[in-house]
Design a protein around this ligand. Structure first.
Ligand code: IPE
Ligand code: IPE
Ligand code: MG
Length: 245
């Protein structure tokens, strides 16, 4: 039995995280170590995404949300930004049929601000092919920022405030969450960040209020199925208290 199969047996199916969020970090450093340009790192990072998706399907994770491009990543050099946008769309187009055959539902979450006008249209045309599926929910956080998400939620609430659907008396957390990009999804139970950085970088800041955080030194392109299961096993050893005793 290989290491992956052994780890799979250690996983407690009754305590699976329903939702795993991943900050895929370290592509640039991975490429730099090889004397290659940053885009080479991003291209190799795509393989690690595939590995996490496969493992999620195999063990029965319901939601996987991966951070592909943040609202702050526009500050990178223009050729890197252009390359990343193209890589994300090209990978989606290349993989969508296989993802759909595996019963995966693919969604993009994020804002359309600053994206080329037809970008989100092209993305949605691909994603729609999967929306009747019933397996893993794969969310790609693309042009995503937690603060912008909160502002977008507030902006989309305004009509419902004006028409009286939302009042100071009935607005609570559950109602507010209906306006987030992640409406109707469970909060992440586990958040994984690779490359040794220990911060949220504006990722799912509302949703991660009680998320278990897992940090690893592994650079994203090297993060494969074994590392993914190790993170889940670590999560299963934790005692979640949610403010209780
Ligand atoms: C993560 O890798 C991918 C994106 C942010 C798009 P980085 O590009 O941030 O890699 P490092 O942090 O420079 O190594
Ligand atoms: C977070 O990584 C964003 C993504 C993984 C897409 P960054 O590399 O952009 O984060 P910082 O700048 O180190 O906080
Ligand atoms: Mg980084």
């Amino acid at each position: 039995m290989n290491k992956y199969e052994k780890l799979k047996q250690q996983i407690n199916p009754d305590r699976l995280p329903r939702h795993i969020a991943v900050i895929m970090d370290g592509n640039g450093r991975w490429a730099n170590k090889r004397g290659a340009n940053r885009l080479f790192g991003h291209k190799n990072g795509a393989e690690a995404v595939r590995a996490c998706i496969e493992a999620s399907v195999e063990i029965g994770i319901k939601y996987l949300t991966v951070y592909a491009f943040s609202t702050e990543n526009w500050s990178r050099p223009e050729d890197e930004v252009k390359g990343l946008l193209k890589l994300i769309l090209d990978s989606l187009i290349r993989e969508i049929d296989e993802l759909s055959q595996n019963n995966i539902i693919v969604r993009f979450i994020g804002t359309t601000t600053n994206l080329p006008p037809d970008y989100r249209m092209k993305v949605d045309a691909e994603c729609q092919k999967t929306w009747n599926n019933t397996g893993l929910n794969l969310n790609i956080a693309m042009n995503y920022g937690g603060r912008v998400e909160l502002l977008d939620a507030m902006k989309s609430m305004i009509p419902d405030i004006l028409n009286g659907k939302i009042t100071t008396n009935n607005l609570d957390e559950m109602m507010f969450e209906k306006y987030l990009y992640t409406a109707s999804m469970p909060d992440p139970d586990l958040m994984i960040r690779t490359s040794g950085e220990k911060r949220l970088s504006n990722y799912l800041i509302w949703q991660s209020a009680y998320t278990e955080l897992y940090f690893t030194e592994i650079l994203w392109p090297d993060f494969k199925k074994v590392a993914f299961l190790e993170a889940i096993i670590d999560f299963q050893s934790r005692n979640r208290k949610f403010g209780g005793v």
